[in-house]
Design a protein around this ligand. Structure first.
Ligand code: NAD
Length: 371
């Protein structure tokens, strides 16, 4: 089969880790007989330098024309002075919006070999951990009305009101039932292919948006008799992720709760250099990127861990192209890399042999060999 992938290397370590993920995909293409075409385009700081804007129309067009997008990371101190609308990070918001990416998938997986890197006790993690957080990405409080008002003059007219300035601010959380329904379907579809459990996280004891969330998720659940559903308040979910993370298989939640819980879950795994993510639109289109940023502190040193990006490429094969065996092959190769004792500097322990500590390119080439 032929697949076109728009590749956005970005800034800092982005181009370094993307280079390895692309050559891993080429290796998969060779082994399984697929024809991957890579169309490399600029976004973020690199695009500001070349075109004076963080998300040029040509980049957007290339992404829309592709079957999927693979992105490194954008941003860095070089562009800190750039004004708001053209900041490198705005490229991500623009891509999400223009590509209609409403479902953010963040797996929190622990490879057995790296269990020591987790801050949790080994008995809590016995047998590994594999959670998938499905976060609604285009609605909720981040996209509602944001208002800051100075009420000083108004309130001074009230007798006895103190002679101080009064400023108030509010942010509006709004969800439509169809937005909840489509993210719930994404979560149930994914759970049906995994261990068949969905936990929906909300704050239905306090928020109307959460009560609508809960009702809508329950209605969707009726179409998935083989998937079990439970509900959890977000404060409890934050606690259970630490106390009993194995309770969870797929977690589905709103934009803000998902933002917070997915960062919490990523810490359980112990290494940001290992965590992939996907953002999906209707149909099977998706954008795939590591969870980490552009790591300017190690850019150019050859030390960046490319595994998060390589695993993001595996997610692309699984979710957009439906190539499960090929995705399995990448994940198995990463496991073999770790089982053979290799470690990038960020995941190396004090007992790691120095000749087993691998740089970005060596990591990519060992993983390719395992494939
Ligand atoms: P970061 O994730 O880039 O780095 C945090 C720490 O983790 C650093 O010490 C870094 O060296 C380390 N690290 C990150 N990825 C690594 C890897 N693959 N291998 C080894 N070590 C790794 O976060 P930050 O420092 O807060 O942000 C740096 C820049 O990246 C900022 O401009 C920020 O806005 C941007 N950023 C972009 C994205 C994105 O493009 N999706 C996400 C987060 C941050």
């Amino acid at each position: 089969m032929k697949y076109t992938i728009a590749v956005v290397p970005g800034d800092g370590i982005g181009p370094e880790v993307i280079g390895e993920a692309v050559s891993v995909l080429r290796a998969v293409g060779d082994r399984f007989g697929h024809d991957f075409t890579f169309n490399t385009v600029l976004a973020g700081g690199a695009a500001i330098d070349a075109f004076g804007e963080c998300l040029p129309a040509s980049t957007l067009e290339a992404c829309k024309a592709a079957d999927a997008v693979l992105l490194g990371a954008v941003g860095g101190p070089k562009w800190d002075h750039v004004p708001g609308p053209q900041r490198p990070e705005r490229a991500l918001l623009g891509l999400r919006k223009e590509l209609g990416l409403y479902a953010n998938l963040r797996p929190a997986m622990i490879f057995e070999e790296l269990a020591d890197a987790s801050p949790l006790k080994p008995d809590i993690l016995k047998g590994g951990l594999d959670i998938l957080i499905v976060r609604e990405l285009t609605g909720g409080i981040y996209f509602g009305e944001h208002v800051t008002e100075d009420l000083t003059d108004e309130l001074r007219t009230i007798n006895n009101y103190p002679e101080t300035a009064v400023i108030h601010a509010y942010d509006v959380e709004k969800y439509a039932d169809f937005e909840i329904e489509r993210i719930a379907r994404t979560a149930f579809d994914l759970a049906a292919k995994r261990s068949g459990r969905v936990t929906s996280v909300d704050k239905a004891n306090v928020l109307d948006t959460s009560r609508l969330w809960r009702r809508t998720v329950e209605a969707v659940a009726k179409d998935y008799p083989d998937v079990t559903l439970d509900h959890m308040y977000v404060d409890n979910a934050a606690m259970q992720l630490i106390r009993d993370p194995k309770h969870f298989d797929v977690i589905v939640t709103s934009n803000m709760f998902g933002d917070i819980l997915s960062d919490e879950a990523s810490q359980i795994t112990g290494s940001i250099g290992m965590l992939p993510s996907a953002s999906l639109a209707d149909g099977n289109f998706g954008m795939y990127e590591p969870v980490h940023g552009s790591a300017p502190d190690i850019a150019g040193t050859g030390k960046a861990n490319p595994i998060a990006t390589i695993l993001s490429a595996a997610m692309m094969l699984r979710y957009t192209f439906g190539l499960a065996a090929e995705a399995d092959a990448i994940e198995a190769a990463v496991r073999s890399f770790l089982a053979a004792g290799y470690r990038t500097p960020d995941i190396a322990g004090k007992d790691t042999d120095s000749d087993k500590i691998t740089g970005t390119q060596e990591t990519g080439s060992i993983i390719r060999e395992f494939i």
